[in-house]
Design a protein around this ligand. Structure first.
Ligand SMILES: Nc1ncnc2c1ncn2[C@@H]1O[C@H](COP(=O)(O)OP(=O)(O)OP(=O)(O)O)[C@@H](O)[C@H]1O
Ligand SMILES: [Mg+2]
Length: 341
């Protein structure tokens, strides 16, 4: 894998443990299973997948909010996984976050100036005046202005609050911003504005993003690469255009098929050609075999017993699916060859 990565996640496991009243570990639930991901400086990795697939678990582990239970998270020279949640300040200031809900993620009792300059207060020796000057610069970067400095979060719309959260995340010009569904709570036109804002800031400042979303279509424009999660596994990863236009893993295809098309004719064609997915079974943690086998229209006997490794896909990236195992592949469905109809 790339050695020039800013963030390199290898074999990451995240398990949540029930704890009894005595503090003893009970049954564990493994939310992330052997995940591999890599982000280069200035690059945007879109991480998509349905609810509960483990996206936020990866985000929170990278942020040091949840400890990794296995694997490595290399950030530059350091392995963040071995630090558990005790990141030194030198690392904390390089990795900032923006969360989904702009209503609960901003402290309601703080002014915009306090919110935006908080990282400067914690991580720098800047004076109050210097911080205020920087706050003004930051507000400009997100298309807000001086008059907003003294206001409180409740005086803003959802989109404006997300701009404030982004300004705060930009304050220290970090190397990486983890954006966990930054636009999911916003209406469609505001979503686009915020995505555009993120795009511009990234290009101007060279910051890398780990951008989490449900909607592949929304993040495809801004992402350089896209990774797709299903039940704790990264099932596909590759250049954004390739994943979006020629999805390889059957789950990625199903995910794209679930996005409504605006053109009714395209929608009709897609319905007509879509291979019926079997009724959705309650996702079961597969002790062995492919995690998607119960829903996969292309399931083969080996999928029941073997866990597919990451096979290379034409056009770049990998898919954890035996359809791409060149050693055994049989001429099969035209998968990964063009956009879903
Ligand atoms: N603190 C926790 N304790 C126990 N289980 C948890 C905890 N946090 C998450 N989980 C479980 O881990 C799995 C993955 O959750 P996670 O929040 O990472 O998913 P997600 O992909 O971010 O979903 P969403 O799109 O709904 O935000 C889920 O089954 C969830 O119930
Ligand atoms: Mg989440």
């Amino acid at each position: 894998m790339s050695t020039d990565a800013l963030l390199e996640i290898r074999n990451l496991d995240v398990t949540y443990w029930d704890r009894s009243l005595l503090g003893l570990k009970g049954k564990g639930f493994q939310a992330v299973k052997g995940a591999n991901l890599s982000i280069r400086p200035g690059e945007t990795l879109g991480l998509v997948g349905e609810s509960g697939s483990g996206k936020s678990s990866i985000a929170n582990t990278v942020l040091g909010l949840v400890p990794a239970t296995g694997g490595e998270i290399r950030f530059g020279d350091v392995d963040l996984a071995s630090m558990r949640t005790n990141y030194p300040s030198s690392v904390r200031k390089e990795i900032q976050a923006v969360f989904q809900d702009p209503y609960s993620s901003l402290n309601p009792s703080m002014t915009v100036e306090d919110i935006v300059t908080e990282p400067l207060r914690v991580h720098t020796t800047m004076t109050r005046d210097e911080r205020r000057t920087r706050a003004l610069e930051l507000l400009k970067l997100v298309s807000l202005s001086e008059e907003h400095l003294a206001r409180h979060p409740h005086q803003f719309s959802g989109g404006q609050r997300q701009r404030i959260a982004i300004a705060s995340a930009l304050a220290l010009t970090p190397k990486l911003i983890v954006l966990d569904e930054p636009v999911s709570a916003l209406d469609v036109s505001t979503q686009n504005q915020i995505i555009n804002l993120l795009y511009e800031r990234r290009d101007a400042l060279g910051i890398a993003y780990l951008l989490i979303a449900h909607d592949l279509a929304l993040v495809h424009h801004i992402s350089d690469r896209i990774a797709v999660m299903y039940l704790g596994h990264i099932v596909e990863e590759g250049p954004s255009d390739r994943v979006y236009k020629s999805p390889a893993h059957p789950y990625t295809r199903a995910l794209l098929d679930a996005v409504p098309l605006l053109d009714p004719e395209a929608q009709r064609r897609r319905r007509a050609t879509r291979k019926a997915l079997p009724a959705r079974e309650a996702p079961r943690v597969a002790a062995q075999g492919c995690p998607y086998r119960n829903r996969c229209p292309y399931v083969m006997p080996r999928c029941e017993t073997e866990m597919p490794s990451d096979f290379p896909v034409d056009g770049g990236g990998t898919a954890a699916c035996f359809l791409f195992d060149r050693a055994t592949a049989i001429p099969g469905p035209a998968i990964g060859q063009g956009a879903p109809a």
